[in-house]
Structures are given as C-alpha cells and as structure tokens.
Design a protein around this ligand. Structure first.
Ligand code: ATM
Length: 226
C-alpha cells in the first residue's frame, strides 16, 4: 500500500538525449519514493516487449524501414497501448515515474523535421506529464559515454544537437525542470529528490514527505544502462 496522493496521482517524466542518465535517475527516484512509502509505479518507453515495440526495435536496429511519420506514429501507438494502465495508476493516487514519455516524440520527431503540432496531436489522448525533468547533457558527452550503439540515429551528432535544441525549447514550459546532467549521478539525484519533495508537498496540500535526508550517505553508484 503506502502513502497515496490525495485525489489523482501525478506523472513525473524524465527526458533528455541518449545517455543523459534518464534510466539511472528514473530508477533512483522510483526506489527513493518506494523506500519512503509513497505509492509509486514505474514505466519506460519505448516498451520493446509488445508487438508495436518489436516494430520499433526493428527500425532502430535497421532490420526494417519505415517513413519518419510512421516511426513516430509507432512510438505514439506504443504509449497508447499503456493508456488504460497509466490512467488506473493515476486514479489510485500513484506517483508515476516515466523514463521517456510523450516529449521524446516531440524532441526526436521535431529534430527529424516533423511538425511539433502534429506530433503533439498524436499524444493528445495520453494522460499528460504533470512535471518533466529534463536531464540536459552535451550531445558530444552523450556520445562519449555510450559503450554500444544500437540505433541508427545515435552516431549522428548533428541530429542529437537538433534533438537537444528542441528539448531546450520545450523546457521553457513552466512544468519543466532543467537539471544539469553533466554533474555526478549523486548530485543529479539529490537535485531531483529536492524538486520532487517540493512538488509532492504542493500537490498534496502540505503533506510532509521527506525525501532528502541531508545526513544520509549518498546512494550507491548505479551503472548507466548504456
Ligand atoms: P531508448 O534508447 O531510450 O530506448 O530510445 C530509443 C530511441 O527512441 C531514442 N532515439 N535515439 N537516438 C529516442 C527515440 N524515441 C522517440 O523518438 N520517440 C519516443 O516517443 C520515444 C519513447 C523514444
């Protein structure tokens, strides 16, 4: 069970270019909330386990070709497969932590020349993020950090730079928090924990959920997935 939020839950999504630490940070946040007894669920997109997800995997690994519009519709469809599940979590008052969500499609699709408005319309049926944590990393740093390359865009630095600039523009929205992802895992996690603590207080009419214990040792380092 644990502490559930009063009324509807909230979605916190983590965004950023490849290897900016989203996977590590979303997991650390999820585990922190769990350890504090906050009802929380975790999701990550793309979900490669579904039939649509396998199509996504196929075009990312270049075994199948789709037009750019079809690729981004598949990403969107892959989210729609989970719409009911996410709505149920929100109705139960969960904090839903999501590693890449609708805004990934805006950033990557926009960088490929698609209209942001069209991309936004593809996502309009999904529950929207209450807050977005943008892990801002330098595109070249992201490339250096990678140990293996999986999809066909990753080697294209110019493309990553365009993705980063769409993210920068999206991050002007008031519900976005830009976090310097070039800092250590521990300090990024600390910043995320502080922001989340404040947001939970606001969302839950002053309920004190202490996420940051300044006396606690930093959490153990966790290896980046990629
Ligand atoms: P991951 O590496 O996080 O599994 O994402 C794979 C790619 O899918 C990544 N591209 N690169 N480079 C970001 C891209 N993507 C979209 O374009 N739209 C989406 O909606 C999602 C979830 C991911």
């Amino acid at each position: 069970m644990g502490i559930s939020l009063k009324g509807r839950g909230m979605i916190i999504s983590l965004e950023g270019i490849d290897a900016s630490g989203k996977f590590t940070q979303s997991n650390l946040l999820y585990k922190l909330l769990q350890s504090k007894g906050v009802r929380t669920t975790y999701a990550s997109f793309p979900d490669y386990t579904t039939t649509i997800g396998q199509e996504i995997q196929a075009f990312l690994s270049r075994t199948k070709d789709y037009t750019v519009e079809a690729r981004h519709m598949l990403f969107s469809l892959n989210r729609l497969e989970h719409k009911k599940e996410i709505e149920d979590w929100l109705n139960e008052g969960d904090v839903v932590v999501i590693n890449r969500y609708c805004d990934s499609n805006l950033a990557y699709g926009g960088a490929s020349g698609l209209s942001i408005e069209w991309l936004r319309s593809l996502e309009s049926e999904m529950p929207q993020s209450n807050y977005v944590y943008y892990l801002k990393a330098k595109p070249n740093l992201s490339r250096e950090r990678k140990t293996r390359s999986r999809d066909k865009f990753e080697s294209d630095l110019a493309y990553l730079e365009r993705v980063a600039s769409v993210y920068d523009a999206l991050a002007e929205s008031p519900n976005w928090f830009t976090i310097d992802a070039n800092n250590s895992i521990e300090s990024v996690h600390y910043e995320i924990s502080k922001i989340t603590e404040e947001l939970l207080k606001e969302h839950d009419e002053g309920k004190e959920i202490e996420l940051v214990n300044t006396k606690a040792k930093p959490l153990k380092m966790q290896k980046n997935r990629k």
